[in-house]
Each structure stands twice: as structure tokens, then as C-alpha cells.
Design a protein around this ligand. Structure first.
Ligand code: COA
Length: 176
């Protein structure tokens, strides 16, 4: 996996490389998110998974914990994936990284209105960056980070819905 260094190499590669950012709260990352990343790699040369801030959400996991959980989902040899975070506007970050697209996963009609709002606002802010929607894999259509946390909090079985290391982190979080 590519290490965070500076923004420059991505900008230089803009003409030859198709770069996408995949933003989210990732509290925690789930199999649904991983499915979107893997499918994005079929379309884009580089995918930057970026933890962004949704002011409506209070995260269970600290930023560093979420970053590490995401990193641990992908082999170190996968140089096409970068894991990072953004504090400001997502489109500014995407533009500076030379990304031409923001990838979002759609689960159901209920996601649509909010996603439509985000995409249109992002386009208004930066026309060079397009939002691309991928349908969430059918197997993951009913999951969300919140529902997984809720099940884990009550001791329910979440295996198969998140990677094993995330399962462990959730168990640990709710045991302590
Ligand atoms: N499979 C399963 N679940 C999925 C999924 C998939 N493929 N894709 C999304 N989800 C779930 C997530 O787990 C999350 O669940 P939760 O609500 O229980 O946490 C939910 O769908 C949507 O969350 P996420 O994709 O993390 O989006 P978000 O709404 O939390 O994030 C930001 C929105 C962070 C991308 C947005 O606020 C942002 O861009 N912030 C940066 C600041 C900025 O630029 N603001 C202006 C925006 S116009």
C-alpha cells in the first residue's frame, strides 16, 4: 500500500493516472466498503480511501484506530490503494491529489437524496471532480457501520460482515 508522503506525485500523474477518492466515516470499515474499494480498482488506477468528517456523527473509534483498521484490510503490496484523512473540504482535497472522481456506494433508495445533495454541492465547489456511484454489493446492502456497532454492542454475531481484525476491535471496545 502506498505511504502518505506529499501531494505532489499524484498531481504529476494526473494525465496518465485515473485517481479516485473514496470518502467516508469508516467507523468502522465494513465488507460493504471493501467491496466498493475492490470494484473501484477495476475502474481507477489509484484509490485513495479517505476518512472525512461528518459533523452529524460522533465516532466510536479514534481517527488513528480507523486509519489502522482500513490499512489492515489490504495487503502492503497493494500500491494502488492509499489510506488517508481530510480535515477540510473533500473536493479541495480530491482536486489537490489529482483525483478526477469521488466514489460513493449506494445501498438503497434511502441513500439517494443525501448522496444527490452531497454530489451536487461538491460539483458546485469543484467542477473538475465528478462523483461516481457504485451500487453496493447485494450481500452488503443491509449493513451499515451503525448497525454493526449496535449488534456488536449487544454481543451479537457480526462475523463475515467486517474483517476479523475489525471484529476483534469491536469486541474489545465493548468489553472494556
Ligand atoms: N456497504 C455498507 N455500508 C455502507 C456502504 C457500503 N458499500 N457505503 C456506505 N455505507 C454506510 C456507512 O457504513 C455509513 O453508515 P453509518 O451511517 O451507520 O455510519 C453510511 O453508509 C454512510 O456513511 P459514509 O459513507 O461514511 O458517509 P457519511 O455520510 O458519514 O460521510 C462525508 C459523508 C464524510 C463523505 C461528508 O460529510 C464529507 O465529505 N465530509 C468532508 C467535509 C466536506 O467536504 N463537506 C461538504 C460536503 S458537500
Amino acid at each position: 500500500m502506498a505511504e502518505e508522503k506529499s501531494y505532489e506525485p499524484f498531481v504529476q500523474d494526473k494525465v496518465s493516472q485515473k485517481i479516485a477518492v473514496y470518502p467516508g466515516t469508516f467507523d468502522p470499515i465494513t465488507m460493504g466498503h471493501i467491496d466498493i474499494v475492490n470494484r473501484s480498482l477495476e475502474i481507477f488506477d489509484q484509490v485513495i480511501i479517505v476518512i472525512a468528517n461528518n459533523p452529524a456523527k460522533a465516532a466510536l473509534f479514534a481517527l488513528e484506530e480507523r486509519l489502522q483498521m482500513i490499512r489492515d484490510c489490504f495487503p502492503l503490496t497493494e500500491k494502488r490503494i492509499t489510506v488517508s484523512y481530510v480535515e477540510g473540504l473533500l473536493v479541495d482535497y480530491a482536486y489537490k491529489r489529482g483525483a478526477t472522481a469521488i466514489v460513493r456506494g449506494l445501498r438503497a433508495v434511502s441513500d439517494f437524496e443525501y448522496e444527490f445533495q452531497l454530489a451536487l454541492m461538491n460539483r458546485r465547489l469543484e467542477k473538475e471532480v465528478e462523483t461516481v456511484f457504485l451500487m453496493t454489493g447485494l450481500r452488503w446492502i443491509y449493513i451499515s457501520s451503525s448497525i454493526i456497532k449496535d449488534v456488536a454492542r449487544h454481543g451479537g454475531d457480526i462475523s463475515g460482515l467486517v474483517p476479523d481484525h475489525v471484529c476483534e476491535k469491536l469486541r474489545h471496545k465493548f468489553m472494556s
